[in-house]
Design a protein around this ligand. Structure first.
Ligand code: BES
Ligand code: MN
Ligand code: ZN
Length: 500
């Protein structure tokens, strides 16, 4: 789909459909008033009659409204003005784009960007609208032999801004929004691919292809290289599978040559059966999403490269499959991680931390400014935070704050959880330096505590996205989170490093 920005009054738009908002109860926004004036009260009549009350989620499509130049006007209910905040704005944009896509209109001009939540800037409204529009039209029908084709899908979307002097800022925001949306789409596509297609090799190929198109450097370490580096914890997970493990290293060198890089680490378990500690059958298919951390790192790097962010970035993706088998790791096995610390693997289903710990040790080689890992790490995090907030853990308050803020800004929110020493005790093992599980309670925290033992040499944060990376149920599928959070974090880092 094509996107653009425009300033100008709604009644003068030569558009297939002009989209404007109505608050509850029956309270037109400014663009509606302008249209209504040109139409000599035609729209206010309709509103007065009660055909559009302004309730959130409702829409009303009008054709050939007198005095206007557009073919259609779509009225979108926004709910109560006092309660119109980020979530309501996002819902309204989604509703508008979905409806537009189904009306047969070839293009649409959205005036909802002029209304937006009060405390948000024009840039925010446009950036968000671009992302939401792409999200709303996303489909994954690669494997449907009959595609559910829309007869005349929406081809072009224009966002309106009130003043001409906002055009420039809005255009920049639009480009950012589209870059983020592309990153989100990449992450969703990879997540939605089944485990028989999206193997570690597939992930490596995708990374290499992306590197080629965007001018990143990409190196893929094979099993032998990992053995040489001493990544025995990672290889202990890969043992049971016929799929070759891959360790992907992607680099975007947009910053000064001597600037320390930010390192993003993504869990890339392309399917998690649990290994010998086999998972129950119900919903095991969802473990194809266990590489969503890796997908988010790829999506974030793609967005960063597209925007040519003036930063040095490294993406590290340990990728393998967690399978049972004759050669698989047994509960009770002890391995020596790359860091030299020994681990008693009491449960082979706690495999994410085993591949991540070696990746975190490897991250030291890049002398990072900070390291952020992203992982569908624990079911316990889903119990704690549901599907709304990503779990955030950090060994530095400043980094935690930055990420929380980025999440707010992107409306892709995280919530900080504790990393207190009191929890570390739960990882004691009688035979090794630590066990890979911490018992029944506080599972998201003990998993993060485990990782923290490998992240002592730099500022580090961990995002547990087990609850936010995908949706179950009717609209099952990968969400692409936390790509928006991460890109906003990077954008903020750029603006603060150039102003200092
Ligand atoms: N990939 C899972 C985490 C997960 C589970 C994500 C359910 C989303 C939904 C992870 O590898 C895992 O199996 N974790 C175990 C850890 C336990 C054995 C300590 C879990 O959460 O049950
Ligand atoms: Mn597991
Ligand atoms: Zn897993």
């Amino acid at each position: 789909m094509e996107f653009s920005i425009k300033s100008g009054s709604p009644e003068k738009q030569r558009s297939a459909c002009v989209v404007v908002g109505v608050f509850e109860p029956r309270k037109p926004t400014l663009p509606v008033e302008l249209l209504d004036k040109a139409a000599k009260g035609y729209i206010s009549d309709i509103i007065r009659r009660g055909d559009m009350e302004g309730k959130a989620g409702t829409t009303l499509l009008l054709h050939n409204v007198p005095g206007t130049l557009c073919d259609r006007i779509l009225l979108v209910g926004l709910g109560k003005e006092k309660e119109f905040r980020e979530k309501e704005y996002c819902d309204a944009i989604r509703t508008a784009v979905k409806t537009l896509n189904e009306t047969g209109a070839f293009d649409g001009t959205l005036f909802l960007t002029e209304v937006g939540p009060k405390r948000r800037s024009v840039a925010w409204r446009v950036r968000q609208a671009a992302m939401l529009a792409q999200e709303a039209i996303y489909r994954f029908d690669l494997y449907k032999s009959k595609k559910n084709e829309i007869r005349r899908p929406l081809r072009k979307l224009t966002f309106a801004v009130e003043r001409r002097n906002e055009l420039h800022i809005a255009e920049e925001a639009l480009n950012q929004g589209l870059a983020i949306a592309e990153g989100v789409t990449l992450a969703r596509n990879l997540g939605n691919q089944p485990g028989n297609i999206c193997t570690p090799t597939h992930l490596a190929e995708q990374a290499q292809q992306m590197a080629k198109t965007l001018g990143l450097s990409c190196e893929v370490l094979e099993r032998e290289a990992m053995e040489q580096l001493g990544m025995s914890a990672l290889l202990a997970v890969a043992r049971g599978s016929r799929q070759a493990p891959k360790f992907i290293v992607l680099e975007h060198k947009g910053g000064a040559p001597d600037a320390k890089p930010l390192v993003l680490v993504g869990k890339g378990i392309t399917f998690d059966t649990g290994g010998i500690s086999l998972k129950p059958a119900a919903e095991m298919d969802e473990m194809k999403y266990d590489m969503c951390g890796a997908a988010a790192v790829l999506g974030t790097l793609q967005a960063a490269a597209r925007m040519a962010l003036p930063l040095n970035l490294v993406g590290l993706i340990p990728a393998c499959e967690n399978m049972p088998g004759g050669n698989a790791t047994r509960p009770g096995d002890i391995v020596t991680s790359m860091s030299g610390q020994t681990i008693e693997i009491l449960n082979t289903d706690a495999e994410g931390r085993l591949i991540l710990c070696d990746a975190l040790t490897h991250a030291e080689r890049f002398e990072p400014a900070a390291v952020i890992d992203v992982a569908t790490l624990t079911g316990a995090c889903v119990v704690a935070l549901g599907h709304v907030a990503t779990g955030l853990f950090a060994n530095t308050d400043g980094l935690a704050r930055e990420l929380l803020q980025a999440g707010e800004e992107a409306h892709d929110r995280a919530w900080q959880m504790p990393l207190w020493d009191d929890y570390q005790e739960l990882l004691k093992s009688p035979f090794a330096d630590m066990a890979n599980i911490g018992g029944r309670w506080g599972g998201a925290v003990t998993a993060a505590c485990f990782l923290s033992r490998f992240a002592k040499k730099y500022d580090w944060a961990h995002l547990d996205i087990a609850g936010t990376a995908w949706k179950s149920g009717a609209d099952k599928g990968a969400t692409g989170r936390p790509v928006p959070l991460l890109v906003h974090f990077l954008l903020k880092r750029c603006s603060s490093s150039s102003s200092s």
